[in-house]
Every structure is written in structure tokens, then in C-alpha cells.
Write a new protein. Sequence first.
Length: 330
Amino acid sequence: MKQIFERRTLSIVVSSAMFAAFAAPAFAQTGNAWPTKPVKLVVGYAAGGATDVIARLVANKMGEDLGQTVVVENRTGANSNVGAEVVARAPADGYTLYVFTIANTINASLYSKLGYQPVKDFEPIGLIAKIPNLLVVNPSLPVHSLPEYIKFAKETPMGITFASSGSGSSIHLSGEMFKMKTGLNMLHVPYRGSAPAVTDLLGGQVQSMFDNTPSAMPHVKSGKLRPIAITSRERSALLPNVPTVAESGFPGFEVQSWFGMAAPMGTSQPVIQRLNTALNKALSDGDIKQRLAAMVATPTPGTPDEMRKFVASEISAWNEVVKASGAKAE
């Protein structure tokens, strides 16, 4: 009897140990024991840009709520595709996240081949913020409103030129979308980055640009550039006298650079929900709101499902614009 009892006891101990070994990873994925180590947030752009600044703002605040440091890692290249691929191939354990942006939805149509699939390879966590573009012109142009801009383009034999930070960028495609809506003769002049494009706009080599609002603001304030319209749904509190494109005769027109957070597909829903809660809590923080407002960025808290639907709609919308523009990247 004693030997039978000992064998049964040993069997129970072994079975319990085996159960614990198999259950541990699953338990870690429930979110109850997560996170137990620092979380990495990958940004597909260089340090100092809008995407990086916004990522670091929310990362610091989320880290306080999660009880673990959220470390921002910059993995640049191929219009953020390098960073996206890194995260798409990472373990789906909640410890590697990605700042998903408008570029990823444009890249779905812009590149003939991608090393990841924007929808199938990522689990949305939530949107972070949106930043509108601002249609600005060189002050030498006799244009002070969107109707005047359109009239000038129609009456000028060569039409009107608009600069961008590069073919296929959101700045470029904002102009292409406006061109689609108006049928105007608009000549795209691409540059390698926003800075040289703005430099030539200031010098009068090009006439207009749908620049990111934070980039254009200093020149607008100094009077070196004239704002014509903003591409957000509503006017900006920092530019209350600048009308939206929508209210200037194009209802429904809205183009904004946006930023979200995603994890590799397969990440457990409890972990996704924990991250979403921490993200939304960060976006409700007064200091975060104030710092985003200084960048003309609007916090966009919401659910993972809302982000999923938004991403799908963006891919569809930009596919149409990319095709119409003829823009391609390899």
C-alpha cells in the first residue's frame, strides 16, 4: 500500500509540474501576469520626427501604467517598411509593438511587393493621434482662399505647381486627392524630404504645398507662407481663421497623417485590451494633450476594432489615389 501511495503521489506531482510548465506561457498571455519585462515600441522613422516624438510621449506614460518601461526603438528604411517587417515577424507575446501610420496603408498600394501584410500581420491596439496637412502658398502668389487657388490654377495656362516630400508620401497624395476632386491642372514637384521642398516653396521655385501642419506653422506665423486651407474635418484651434477644405466647397474632404499602435497578429486579446487601456489612459493625460496640441495633433482614443475598420478604409481610399497618381515605389 505504501508503494502504491508513493507512486500515486509522485504521479500527481509530475502531472502538476507538467501542467504548470504548459500553462505558464498561456497564463502569461492572459494579461494577468503581463508584462513582466520592458516592452519595445518600434518606430519606422528616425528620431526627432513627428512619429518618433508622439511615440515617446505615449510610451513614457504607458510605461507608468503598465509598471514596465516601454522602450522606443527606431528601425528606419523603405518608408517605414523595415520597422513594420521587424514587428510582423516578432513573437506575438505583447513585448514588441509597432507605431502603425498612414504610410503603411499607402504602402499597401505603392509597393508591388511588401515583406508584410498591413492587415493580416498586425493586431490593432488603437489610434494615437491625427495631424492635418495645410495647403500653403508662397505669398507672391495672388491667392488668399481656396476658391482663388482654384481660379488661379484654371486661368493659368501651365496650371499650378505643388511640392511634396517625395512621390507616394502623404503630402504628395494629399495634393493628388485634391487634384482628383477638382480636376485641376496641378504639376507635382517631388523632393527628397519636406525640408528642401519647403525651402524651394519659400524661394518661389514652386507655388504651393500640402505640408504637414507642424512643419508649415513656423513659416505661417512669420508670414513667409500663406495658409489657404487645412485638411482636417474641423478647423484647428491654432489656426482658427483658416477654413477647412471641406467647408470651402468640398464636403467630406479629409486627409490627415495619423498614428496608431499595433502588435504582431496572434497576440492574445487580454494583452491587446491591457495595452489599449494603457494607451487611452495616456491620451487622456492633460500634459500629453497639451504637448500634442502644440504639434497640431488631435488625440484619437478608441478601440482596437475601431482602428481595424479605420485602417481598412484608409487602404481602400489610398489605393484609388495611388492608382490615379501613377506613383510607384520599389
